[in-house]
Design a protein around this ligand. Structure first.
Ligand SMILES: [Zn+2]
Ligand SMILES: [Zn+2]
Length: 338
């Protein structure tokens, strides 16, 4: 079968791989959708010198075709529609038991498309314990997005704590930021969406933003201050990795800020801000439990996760697809399979 690889020199290529078979504790998954995630570009360009020989794609979603020995009967079975939590830990340490295998304490977690094959191919072998059943009514494309980008937005809001009845400012309106805007609005926040691109901001209004601010052409502080009667924001989520001081400039007293985007640089002196009583956090994707909750929430609230996607590709179109992605226009791409 053909799978997409990133040699690490800025190119994208198709490579031939044998059809995989599930070993002990593993499931063979027929991939239906495999999302393109912003972090892919770091690997295309070799920013992290790993993963050059594995199939890419860490947002896959599909159907179980077969399971290997030792998969408990009834847990995962052929025909199940599944999402993937794309980090594989030991399964036994505290962090793994809490649903955070990416922070496994006893074994370095294997990350899909970095250390082990990912989903940009028709088939993948995945530990059965890393599969999450998909709720009825969730599309494969939505399940793929929830596997990283959209789930990351959900995870950041969960890190922030309750956002209902808050004014929440979301920086960056790419796929993660739009998802944060969508979830925060659905959770009861009044959302101010910030970006430097008017097309992205137009999208944010459709995902529930009450106010959009182009921070390149208007004063961010004036806009947020005017909207909040001078109180500024209760919650700030930075998905852009570039908000830095801007994020803090609109954070009101007792404000909570969550920094999700990379590379990100934030500096402050305690003396300047201690009277503001702030809580500043980072957030890294989401736990297995929150990924499942995120999917349930999307279905329960009939949220338009599918509308994040602007482009659909076949694996054969990998080069064209990533050439489009490099432009970082609005929208999100996904590889789909029959
Ligand atoms: Zn562990
Ligand atoms: Zn990702």
């Amino acid at each position: 079968m053909k799978g997409i690889i990133f040699p690490g020199d800025g190119t994208v290529a198709l490579s031939e791989f044998p059809e995989p078979e599930p070993g002990p504790g593993e499931a063979l998954v027929k991939i239906r959708a495999s999302g393109m995630c912003g972090s892919d570009l770091h690997f295309v360009h070799g920013t992290f010198p790993v993963g050059a020989d594995v199939i890419q794609g860490h947002e896959p979603c599909g159907d179980v075709l077969a399971v290997g020995p030792g998969v408990p009967e009834g847990q995962v079975k052929p025909g199940d529609r599944v999402m993937v939590h794309h980090y594989y830990g030991c399964g036994y340490c505290r962090r793994c038991r809490e649903g955070w295998p990416q922070m496994c304490e006893t074994a370095p977690a294997a990350t899909m498309a970095v250390h082990v094959h990912g989903g940009h191919a028709p088939l993948a072998v995945i530990p059965a314990s890393s599969l999450l059943p998909m709720p009825d009514g969730l599309s494969y494309r939505a399940g793929a997005a929830i596997g990283c980008g959209t789930g990351t937005a959900w995870g950041a809001l969960k890190r922030a704590g309750g956002v209902e009845d808050t004014v929440t400012v979301v920086f960056g309106q790419g796929p993660v930021g739009l998802s944060a805007t969508m979830f925060a609005a659905a959770l009861g926040a009044t959302v101010i969406a910030v970006d430097v691109d008017d097309a992205r901001l137009a999208g944010a209004a459709g995902f529930g933003a009450a106010l959009t601010v182009n921070s390149r052409s208007e004063s961010l502080v004036d806009a947020v201050s005017g909207f909040t009667g001078g109180r500024l924001a209760d919650v700030v989520i930075d998905t852009s990795g570039r908000a830095g001081e801007d994020a803090l400039s609109v954070l009101g007293t007792f404000g909570r800020a969550v920094f999700v985007g990379l590379p990100g640089e934030v500096s402050f002196t305690t003396q300047a801000i201690y009277k503001k009583q702030w809580t500043l956090m980072t957030s890294w994707t989401m736990s297995t439990v929150e990924q499942a909750r995120c999917a349930d929430f999307v279905v329960a609230h009939d949220l338009p996760v599918d509308a994040l996607y602007s482009h659909e590709w076949s694996v054969d179109q990998a080069v064209e697809a990533y050439a489009w992605f490099e432009k970082q226009d609005a929208g999100k791409g996904v590889f789909v399979f029959d």
